[in-house]
Design a protein around this ligand. Structure first.
Ligand SMILES: [Zn+2]
Length: 44
């Protein structure tokens, strides 16, 4: 799952497909969106 830095839309792309590009605005600057990870933090 990627997110466009320009329009902020979530894009589902396979990195192996080739050039990663936003299909909505054509922006090539996307950042990878990590699935929410629950961090275990010990309470002090
Ligand atoms: Zn975009």
């Amino acid at each position: 799952m990627y997110k466009c830095t320009k329009c902020g839309r979530a894009i589902e792309l396979d990195p192996e497909f080739g050039a990663i590009r936003c299909p909505y605005c054509g922006c090539r600057l996307l950042f990878k969106e990590r699935p929410p990870v629950v961090k275990k933090v010990k309470a002090i």
